[in-house]
Design a protein. Structure first.
Length: 119
């Protein structure tokens, strides 16, 4: 069986993006947050997910509430932690999140924004 690389499996183009985001871990199915939002730094983003730098480590498959401010548009989305790792040179973690739900309008705005940054 032939392996497929991660880049070949991606449905949405991913672009590096240096901006602040707010992340909070969700406590339960009713959407209650465990913590107040924590400022994190976006690493890259696509229409299907985001990766970011944080001082916190998030459990695999935990649900996060994310607020992403793209210039003057605030996108709020829930996501599931798909991977995480600690950087070897600092007490910083990189976390990869797959979006669970995103409003169609927000998805279209995000994809348009990403395409302008890729060109």
């Amino acid at each position: 069986m032939e392996k497929t690389s991660l880049s070949e499996r991606r449905q949405h183009p991913r672009t590096p993006l240096d901006l602040d985001i707010e992340v909070s871990q969700v406590l339960s199915d009713n959407g209650q947050s465990v913590e107040d939002g924590i400022r994190c730094k976006c690493r890259d983003i696509s229409g299907g997910g985001i990766s970011f730098y944080s001082m916190n480590s998030y459990p695999l498959h935990s649900v996060l509430r994310l607020h992403v401010l793209l210039e003057d548009i605030n996108i709020k989305v829930m996501g599931k932690v798909m991977w995480g790792k600690q950087l070897p040179t600092a007490p910083t973690f990189i976390t990869g999140v797959q979006f669970l739900n995103i409003y169609e309008h927000d998805f279209n705005v995000l994809c348009s924004y990403i395409m302008t940054k890729c060109l």
